[in-house]
Design a protein around this ligand. Structure first.
Ligand SMILES: Nc1ncnc2c1ncn2[C@@H]1O[C@H](COP(=O)(O)OP(=O)(O)OP(=O)(O)O)[C@@H](O)[C@H]1O
Ligand SMILES: O=P(O)(O)OC[C@H]1O[C@H](OP(=O)(O)OP(=O)(O)O)[C@H](O)[C@@H]1O
Ligand SMILES: [Mg+2]
Length: 285
């Protein structure tokens, strides 16, 4: 039987959440410890555990069909590979940072300076656009230490909370790009595999939609129901059911998880009571 080959990071930031996503899609993977290849029990999927940096080339060569990768890695190594789904986790930036005490005015301050990074293509492209010539040193990890040991004047690396920069006495001065985990696909995918990919992507979309929304239930006096419905930014029309207590109704709807906090005060001041916010397991639209 044809199986879709998906590459997942072997270990590191993306590994756990990528596997969690597949699990939420109802896919069970037989995983032995330190196994580099595994099969799904209930879906035509073969999982390959690889180093992130190697995955774009495997996709370009058609050895792997799809992959979960950081967008930043794709930009650095596989510019032509398409992003077919943004997955909403591992959000970060790729930024330039310099020592805190350096007075930084503009990118022109980096002319002729040494920049340490694990993302040379991304940096080169950015500097070229700005017409700046710098001396790029490629290092594979602990990039933030470079200025402190006299290896570089600036760095380009991933910034999330900013705590690594802070601990190394650095400050962010330019943002090159924003990144999150994405689903990307090989250009040489067969028609047969495309059908499997469509099924997988449909499941992923149902999981992501569910993660982004909440099921909300609330009670309200009947005369307030109209006003409350106007406030609710629901999917469609909310469900209104009578309560056992005369003159009261229960309103059920689905709300984007971020929008909920925007309307909660308004709901309460319009008479909503007993508000319940529940997670949604899957959402198929
Ligand atoms: N601090 C962070 N917060 C959020 N996302 C991050 C953070 N650091 C890295 N990432 C994202 O996770 C991806 C994987 O990072 P990680 O450091 O685990 O692996 P790597 O060293 O880039 O790759 P390899 O698998 O080749 O060793 C990065 O490409 C980036 O998209
Ligand atoms: O802004 P922050 O929240 O501090 O995150 C940024 C840090 O996270 C990543 O390193 P990671 O922890 O993945 O270690 P690594 O150097 O082994 O990749 C990245 O390379 C930065 O160093
Ligand atoms: Mg890292």
């Amino acid at each position: 039987m044809t199986k879709l080959k998906i590459a997942i990071q072997k270990s590191g930031r993306l590994n756990e959440e990528s596997l969690e996503l597949l699990k939420n899609c109802g896919i069970s993977i037989d995983n032995g410890k330190d196994q580099l290849k595994a099969f799904a029990r209930n879906f035509p999927l073969e999982v390959l555990y690889l180093r992130n940096g190697d995955i774009p080339q495997y996709l370009l060569d058609g050895v792997v069909d799809v992959a979960i990768l950081g967008e930043n890695t794709l930009i650095e190594k596989g510019d032509t590979l398409p992003i077919i789904e943004k997955l909403g986790f591992s959000k970060c930036k790729v930024s330039i940072a310099v020592p805190k005490e350096v007075e930084y005015k503009s990118i022109a301050d980096l002319e002729g300076k040494r920049i340490a990074t694990s993302y040379p293509n991304t940096v080169n492209q950015f500097l070229e656009q700005k017409g700046i010539n710098s001396d790029i040193h490629v290092i594979n990890g602990s990039v933030e230490i470079a200025p402190n040991i006299g290896l570089a004047d600036a760095i380009v690396d991933i910034v999330s909370s900013g705590s690594t920069l802070f601990k190394n006495n650095l400050k962010e001065v330019e943002e090159l790009l924003k990144s999150e985990a994405v689903l990307t696909v090989s250009p040489s995918l067969s028609e047969e595999k495309k059908i499997i990919l469509d099924k997988l992507q449909f499941r992923i979309q149902s999981v992501l939609k569910a993660r982004n929304n909440k099921y909300v239930l609330l009670n309200a006096p009947n005369e307030k129901v109209k006003d409350i419905i106007k406030i609710l930014p629901g999917m469609k029309s909310p469900t209104v059911l009578p309560l056992a207590e005369e003159g009261w109704s229960s309103i059920h709807t689905v709300i984007n998880k971020d929008k909920f906090w925007e309307v909660i005060d308004e709901l309460k001041s319009n008479g909503a009571e007993g508000i319940l916010v529940c997670p949604i397991e899957k959402m198929v639209l």
